[in-house]
Design a protein around this ligand. Structure first.
Ligand SMILES: Cc1cc2nc3c(=O)[nH]c(=O)nc-3n(C[C@H](O)[C@H](O)[C@H](O)COP(=O)(O)O)c2cc1C
Ligand SMILES: [Mn+2]
Length: 474
């Protein structure tokens, strides 16, 4: 099954059909809109939100938030049956992802983003509601879930990834690269090294397939558009931006076209911006400046807002990085993995497996730890524990793990400058690594058959009862 929406509006309609959309009128883009988003995202089955009549802005200039924070909408975005259990959904995505065939974008017949344009001196970003999302943010962000499009000047390769975009005036924004290895930064640098500014388009109001693609780690030279096409099972329709000639999804909502100026000549202080860890771990920092020379937008445009929020709220309700680790385990030859999951917005990884030999669980834990970005905690559980169920995972930790025997600490491992627990002194010295704890919460292999048996139903037995008696006990 592939995802079947045409564009963001179409996805919003699909969300409304499953009863998961709420309309919010009269909110203030300064903090209030972000606060409503955060509270809704924190609810068990929290809805997606479509804001209109935003205080001080024209009716029809809308913002859509919490698009895919919840697993049912994440499944809808991927085209996966939402009736499956979350772990089955992730398993299906893992299987599909490894066999996806790329679908190259095609030229659009109709270019919806050109319905309205501002050019040159008429460019004025202040007509668009741009939220200040969290209280200590350095300013308003038009890009919290927008694609940044650039073309490699040597190869013509188009990169389209998500980087945050702060507004600094009516025709100036900054684009923030977390580190110099970001494809956008590598491409911009090539132009700057030749004494040129880098043509760039910021695309706001994209559908979830483009969002997922812009978020995925695709290798250099690979097209995020082709990957988004693969998710949808159908080519993304693109059209050239009139100013930059960059290919832009024709059904996107709001487009900024212009040039990213050489960071050698000019930067502006960017941030701080509330991060996905739930902290401000990085201060205001210099970021490259984009001069906006044209803005295009659809009638009644919808900006996709995807601010980072305190965990467990996360941009995407299925932990697709965990699907990557699950594949990594299988590719490394670790058999009998029943599932892999991430909690706390990717900061905790859980692997569930059926132990076949002594050391099996540790082998899986070490691989998962090596590939867990910023995650301090890795837990390995037996096959009777659903890794997506945090309460079950903690039950296993508290009843099967003897801390003096089953906990390992791995030092100097993969984290980032956004890690709130790396000290300011260490950060100044360039330290971006941390330690990781691997908890083996499996029954000890050598006496697993003598372990006190569980009094609870198995996952299958419980599901069977749900099927038969669910309506009565719900
Ligand atoms: C909502 C959202 C916001 C993001 N913001 C940034 C950002 O500001 N800077 C950044 O470097 N990466 C950011 N990322 C992560 C990148 O989009 C992601 O790592 C992507 O794979 C990078 O693509 P690239 O390899 O083409 O550079 C964000 C991701 C999401 C989902
Ligand atoms: Mn890329």
């Amino acid at each position: 099954m592939a995802a079947s929406y045409e564009d963001l509006r179409d996805f919003i309609s699909a969300v409304e059909k499953i009863g998961a959309l709420r309309h919010v009128r009269g909110a203030d883009a300064h903090l209030e809109l972000g606060a409503i988003t955060e509270v809704a995202a924190g609810k068990q089955d929290g809805p997606a939100l479509l804001f209109d009549e935003i205080k001080g802005y024209a009716k029809g200039f809308r913002i859509f938030t919490n698009s895919t924070v919840q697993s049912r909408r994440a499944a809808l975005a991927l085209g996966i049956d939402p009736a499956l259990s979350p772990l089955q959904q992730l398993k299906e995505w893992k299987q599909r992802r490894s066999g996806l065939s790329m679908i190259e974008p095609v030229a659009a017949k109709e270019v919806l983003f050109l319905q309205n344009s501002q050019r040159g001196d008429a460019v004025d970003l202040s007509v668009f509601p741009t939220p200040v999302w969290h209280q200590k943010d350095g300013g308003p962000y038009i890009g919290s879930g927008s694609l940044v499009i650039m073309r490699d000047p040597d190869t013509g390769w188009i990169n389209a990834s998500i980087y945050r975009v702060q507004v600094h005036g009516k025709n100036r924004v900054t684009v923030q690269f977390d580190h110099t290895g970001r494809h956008g930064n590598m491409i911009a640098q090539k132009y700057w090294d030749r004494g040129q500014s880098c043509p760039v388009a910021v695309v706001g109001g994209i559908d979830p397939a483009l969002f997922i693609s812009g978020f995925e780690y695709l290798p250099e030279g690979k097209s995020e558009y082709a990957f988004a096409g693969a998710i949808k099972g159908r080519a993304i329709e693109i059209a050239d931006g009139p100013v930059t000639g960059l290919p832009i999804p024709a059904r996107a909502e709001i487009i900024l076209e212009g040039h990213l100026l050489s960071a050698k000549d000019i930067t502006l202080p960017e941030g701080p911006f509330g991060e996905f860890t739930g902290y401000y771990a990085a201060d205001k920092r210099p970021a490259p400046v984009m001069d906006v020379s044209a803005v295009h937008y659809r009638n009644d445009p919808i900006l996709l807002g995807s601010p980072p929020m305190k965990p467990p709220r996360f941009h995407f309700g299925l932990p697709f990085r965990a699907a990557g680790i699950w594949s990594d385990l299988e590719n490394a030859g670790v058999t009998d993995v029943q599932g892999c999951w991430q909690h706390v917005s990717q900061l905790m990884t859980v692997v569930s497996l059926q132990q076949r030999y002594d050391g099996h669980a540790k082998r899986a834990g070490l691989i998962a730890a090596a590939n867990s970005y910023m995650g301090r905690l890795v837990v390995v559980v037996d096959e009777d524990v659903d890794p997506s169920n945090l309460a079950d995972v903690m039950w296993a930790v508290t009843t099967r793990c003897e801390p003096s025997e089953n906990v390992d600490i791995i030092r100097n491992a993969w984290s980032s400058a956004l890690d709130p627990r790396i000290s300011p002194e260490d950060k100044l010295r360039g330290v971006t690594s941390h330690s990781k704890m691997i908890i083996n919460a499996c029954k000890p292999f050598s006496w697993r058959h003598d372990y006190p048996p569980s009094s609870a139903l198995s996952i299958e037995e419980a599901l069977e009862i749900e099927r038969k008696w669910g309506d009565v006990i719900r």
